[in-house]
Design a protein around this ligand. Structure first.
Ligand code: ZN
Ligand code: ZN
Length: 428
């Protein structure tokens, strides 16, 4: 075996900072065996070593060769990425064989898992291409752990997607949702996970009366501002919360008919008063519209610098899953205890989510709090590709089930829990 051909993987890949962890480095090829020799592992924190530390000797330790591979007991002192430089020692001379990465996280983040989700997507029940069940299956195919269908002015399609997979044992969590369009504002709002339709309330006297009362009572708006568009938004966000959902302020920098769809003054007011639960910081823009995502991200970081903390999500807002645009370009990674609805919503509200921008197949870039972005970039590079690979077949079976393949549900059940099992091995 030549030194150059060894590909090792570390288990676990995610460890708790400050806690002693036994790491096994084993050949990725299950047939491969490491030769009996003296092995050492040098631990290099990505943040660098201080000037006095002689790398790698100061941090290297002997590894034990077992049937599994090399085992080494290590403490990773702080939250960051670490390189494990595996060396084979021959006649006292070490030769580097592999560079394997692990990530240490503090206890709060270690207790959470990353869940990929699309908070905003359309089916052919509004202006998308495919039926609701197909959209859900296609989301699993590209590695989503949860999604909600959010058709314009319609709640029922999201329930249709949920019903289509009842008793199939799919691990994709499908939640209710809708894109909410008040008659009194151009602002697009998504209700993610709400237990009833807010769109259905616009025809009621209650909506009319409450919005009129809010418009009469609101104080402190800049002179000459029509209060109605703002209070209509506020009313929608309150109603979404009442329904148990997450209210999202969508695509604020969308240019439509030669101007911003939401007037800049109204966007300013929404940032200032923050009646929403989450900002769709990365959203469904085509390549020619990518400037809008850039403005949203810049606006988010600018607000942050001014002391305003804003929960964020990323969403595809895709209107078709079988064409190479939008679908899969934008999504969220939510760090939560579980993919249950309340955990996902709670994690977003508590700033435990990042938005991912991978427009047109570009390398994925996470947006959000620096601590989470740094961790997410490691996961995107080292962990999520394996997660996504498992989801491909599950998604294919879901799409087949949606198309009437009666054997697909049984095959899907057989794959149940495979992502959870992978994560159980990757988290130490
Ligand atoms: Zn919209
Ligand atoms: Zn939309």
């Amino acid at each position: 075996m030549s030194n150059e051909t060894v590909t090792l993987e570390a288990l676990p890949r995610i460890v708790q900072a400050g806690r002693e962890t036994t790491v096994t480095l084993r050949p990725r090829d299950p047939q491969a065996r490491l030769p009996a020799a003296a092995w050492r592992v040098a631990v290099v924190p990505l943040g660098g070593l201080d000037r006095q530390t002689r790398h790698p000797e100061a941090t290297a330790c002997d590894a034990r060769l077992t049937a599994e591979g090399l085992t080494v007991s290590l403490v990773f002192p702080s939250e960051q990425e670490y390189a494990l430089l595996v060396e084979r020692v021959t006649d006292g001379t070490p030769a580097a064989v592999a560079d394997v990465r692990v990530y240490a996280v503090a206890a709060d983040l270690f207790a959470r898992r990353p869940f990929k989700g699309d908070f905003h997507i359309h089916s052919n029940r509004s202006d998308g291409r495919e039926p609701p069940a197909h959209v859900a299956g296609a989301c699993r195919r590209i590695g989503m752990d949860f999604m909600a269908l959010t058709d314009h002015r319609q709640y029922a399609p999201s329930l249709e997607a949920i019903a289509a997979f009842a008793n199939t044992g799919t691990d994709l969590r499908i939640f209710p949702g809708e894109e909410v369009h008040s008659p009194d504002t151009s602002v697009h709002i998504v209700s993610f996970g709400g237990r009833w339709s807010v769109n259905d309330l616009f025809a009621t006297d209650r909506y009319r009366q409450e919005v009129a009362a809010r418009a009469a009572a609101i104080a402190g708006l800049p002179g000459g501002t029509d209060p109605l568009p703002y209070v209509a938004c506020e009313w929608c966000f309150d109603e979404i919360r009442r329904a148990g959902g997450l209210g999202m302020f969508c695509h604020p920098y969308w240019v439509c008919r030669s101007r911003l769809d939401v007037p800049a003054a109204l966007t300013d007011l929404l940032f200032e008063r923050q009646p929403f639960d989450a900002l769709e910081v990365i959203g469904g823009y085509y390549v020619h519209e990518s400037e809008s995502n850039h403005l949203q991200v810049t606006r988010y970081y600018t607000e942050l610098a001014q002391g305003r903390r804003i929960p964020i999500v990323g969403a595809s807002d895709a209107h078709g899953c079988e064409r190479p645009e939008l679908f899969g370009w934008y999504y969220s990674i939510v760090f939560a205890a579980s993919p249950d609805l309340q955990d996902v919503i709670g994690a977003v509200r508590d700033f435990n989510a990042v938005a991912v921008d991978a427009m047109n197949g570009q390398p994925a870039r996470a947006v959000g709090p620096f601590r989470l972005v740094r961790y997410a970039q490691f996961l995107l590079r080292e962990v999520l590709p394996r997660h996504d690979a498992l989801c491909v077949e599950e998604g294919r079976l879901m799409v087949a089930h949606a198309a009437g393949d009666t054997a697909a549900a049984e095959q899907l059940r057989a794959l149940g829990g495979q992502v959870a099992r992978l994560y159980a091995t990757l988290w130490g």
